[in-house]
Design a protein around this ligand. Structure first.
Ligand SMILES: O=C(O)CC1=CCC(=O)O1
Length: 96
């Protein structure tokens, strides 16, 4: 099942730079592992914002929540989720 996910990162302004850098490095490592596994299908920066638009491919909402809540930046992100289904006019047969 595909989900459109928008994540806005809101790190506390008083977080030490070393702590923020370590969180971002762990987030990158996990994001890249999930992309290689096919779970995190798309990851796009929203231009001009510390936010991204992503597409996740997981069995259902419980697994999506489980995946998102394990992300190192999870405590510092506002996350909006929309479930996706195939558009009748789509020419892509890999849409689910
Ligand atoms: O920078 C972001 O938008 C948050 C994030 C998601 C994956 C990653 O490496 O950083």
């Amino acid at each position: 099942m595909l989900f459109h996910v928008q994540m806005t990162v809101r790190l506390p302004h008083d977080m030490p730079a070393a702590q923020a850098d370590a969180l971002k490095a762990r987030e990158k490592e996990m994001a890249q592992a999930l992309q290689r596994a096919g779970t995190w299908r798309h990851l796009w920066r929203i231009a001009g914002r510390y936010a991204n638009v992503s597409v996740f491919d997981v069995p259902g909402p419980a697994e999506l929540h489980d995946t998102l809540s394990r992300l190192p930046l999870f405590p510092y992100m506002d996350i909006e989720v929309q479930a996706l289904c195939r558009h009748a006019s789509s020419v892509h047969d890999d849409d689910r």
